[in-house]
Design a protein around this ligand. Sequence first.
Ligand code: NAG
Ligand code: NAG
Ligand code: NAG
Ligand code: NAG
Ligand code: NAG
Ligand code: NAG
Length: 706
Amino acid sequence: MFTSIGMKRALVAVLALLSTDATAHPQLRQSAKTRDVDDLVQPVYQALPLGSIKPQGWFKDQLEASASGLAGNLFNFYRFVKDSKWLGGNSEYSDLHESAPYWFNGLVPLAFGLDDWRLKHQVKSFLDYILNHQQEDGWLGPETTPHTRGLWGRCYIMLGLMQYAQADPSETDRIVDAMHNYVELVHSMLQDNFTGLIPQKGDVFDGSGWGPARAHEMHIPLQWLYETYPKDNSDLIWETMDLMIEGSTIFGTDWRDFFVEGTFPEIVYAPRNQTYSWLFTHGVNLAEAIRYPLAIYRTSHDEALKVQTRKAVDLVAKYHKSLAGTIIGDELITDNNPSKGAELCTSSELMFSLAWVYQYLADNDIADWAELTAFNAFPGQIWSDWWSHQYVQQENQPWSRNLTEHPQMWVNVGSYGNVFGLEPDYPCCTVNHPQGYSKFLANSFVGTEDGGIAHVFLSPGSVTTTLDDNEVTISVDTKYPFAMDLTYSILADDDFTFYVRIPNWADPSSTVTGPSGDSTKISPTNGGLQRFDIPKGESSISVNLQTQPRVVERANNTAAVYYGPLLYSLALEFNETTREPVAYNMSFLEPSSTTPQTRDHIVETTDLWNIAIDPSQIKVVASDAAKLANPVWALGAPPVELRVAATEIDWPIAWDTPADPPLNPQAKGKPFSARFVPFASAKVHMAHLPMLKLKIVDLDERDGLP
Ligand SMILES: *[C@@H]1O[C@H](CO)[C@@H](O)[C@H](O)[C@H]1NC(C)=O
Ligand SMILES: *[C@@H]1O[C@H](CO)[C@@H](O)[C@H](O)[C@H]1NC(C)=O
Ligand SMILES: *[C@@H]1O[C@H](CO)[C@@H](O)[C@H](O)[C@H]1NC(C)=O
Ligand SMILES: *[C@@H]1O[C@H](CO)[C@@H](O)[C@H](O)[C@H]1NC(C)=O
Ligand SMILES: *[C@@H]1O[C@H](CO)[C@@H](O)[C@H](O)[C@H]1NC(C)=O
Ligand SMILES: *[C@@H]1O[C@H](CO)[C@@H](O)[C@H](O)[C@H]1NC(C)=O
């Protein structure tokens, strides 16, 4: 399968060169000549066709909840989708006109990943509308004047179109034609002083420079178009990518200047004296920009950009990766402060960035990080029925309510930002969250360079695909990350190589059982892949991961506790009130803009939350119930918990929320066995805690699951 695409690409590149008219397009001709290679840098792991991977078990339940919750209903009721200018309406939350594009980018993989006819009907209606309304000159979208036509929102339309064309061959031709018409126009706009990208006098599409800072977002769809359906436009597509980056550089948002040790902001816990644009320290931008050097590496073949991609991941990890796997920011990075919170769009974008970057770098820690975000930060920010979400999630957050102290703690986030709601703050997260799990699913299995398949994000699922002529189906039965066993059933027409990624935290005593039934200790490659040689026919293999609780220490004598890919948090019982949704700008929300299920949840703990822990005393408590609860990300639902020695301490409140972890905590009363649960199952939680040495606690005093 991969070879035939490669050959087609080579052939097309040659044809494109031959057919280029040197006199008509002198600079195109030159750019074609000066390239060392016409091929894009290939990933180590190939994404499989959208729709070939299906979720199972708890992960399927979650995606289905998303489909029957907010994500799958925005099209029917939400003003920024249903009544968006993209569909002939008049509701946009900003001049970027990005809301329907965000929605489309996330709904296409959700619809095809679940094979859900209702969602497919939604994306098909949208597709028909936008293609039927493509303008004479190729423009996609409602804007008709140069001053209103911004490129940024269309990057996500292009991403959505790319996925759609991959998933539904019956739509591919018209999608590809529309993309070509659009790219031809964009190319001429960019040549005309970067119209549509760099805001000029009188432009109203992008007052801040989001477009230039996110210029690389169009590379993924353009690179796909270039490789699979270039038509006669190879050079033009290539040059469009170059122009996007050139515009970004001229505007002053070249991330290649930022992902540099010494320039990249370290933790300061103080106002920053930054000499660079705030666009660089915006949490969501940063999550997206991890893709920037790599997007350019694919065309330039400049190995320094591959190295810099690794550097970008390392810099973010070293200085700004939160305990739950996201980037804390209000909306600009606020160090690792556990009370500041992280935006839902950040974890949603970060998971996609990490999945994509992992396919090129193949470094095991990057996949571990993607799982960390997917099993902690991301689901922790969404209500268990998927009808509401937080704009920001704090790692220490015993309550989600309007924080009423003045002046308020957040600078850019409103006081209502940690409430679980329809749009508790800016509506971007309402429309951008559907891509989180749907793309994580789409990247959970990948093709390997030797023509095999690897299961890299270990959530339960199945894949059916063709490797050359070999039709293969792999299905994994697992409760991972709530349990550590994975059992695979495989059906193949011919022999092939299958790999399972072994997380870096797995103990060397972990075992695998191959198709012949022999069990051995794991023996992963440097990249962390465990190899299995699968014979044709039916086979079964299994992986049994072993691990111990891990303690990650942070500054000022604080720590967090992990077990496998899960961060653990103090279990806090809570009371809950719900109310009609509040509009993000506090204006009146028409009843037609909500549904009976869209409620804002105000949640406050009724338990003791102010504790310090002694992480030298931890015990794992697991049940081997046959079936996981649904929804699984709810307090008490996961079948694995920890007991940790803890004591009450004084913990001041600042800005109506827990202050930074106290520096010199004093134990109050008797130490006890505290119940810790997976972070994302605890809708209010305490996860970043001061450490104290405590006398031995009987952790069994609180035995078993509730
Ligand atoms: C091109 O755009 C820049 C702003 O990016 C502006 O300063 C300049 O005047 C424009 N040049 C022309 C010829 O329009
Ligand atoms: C902030 O940076 C500017 C420019 O580098 C420098 O002139 C100034 O002294 C710095 N201020 C502080 C407080 O570090
Ligand atoms: C949140 O509290 C502020 C006062 O601090 C108030 O102005 C605002 O209306 C409240 N918002 C909601 C949704 O209750
Ligand atoms: C440690 O606590 C002190 C005092 O609150 C604070 O100034 C400092 O920024 C903290 N350091 C870190 C790295 O958290
Ligand atoms: C709130 O946003 C809506 C768009 O959803 C807009 O029509 C309305 O004017 C805004 N209200 C305020 C008070 O800014
Ligand atoms: C919820 O619990 C908190 C803390 O115990 C309490 O202050 C608050 O009044 C309770 N709210 C409701 C609605 O019961």
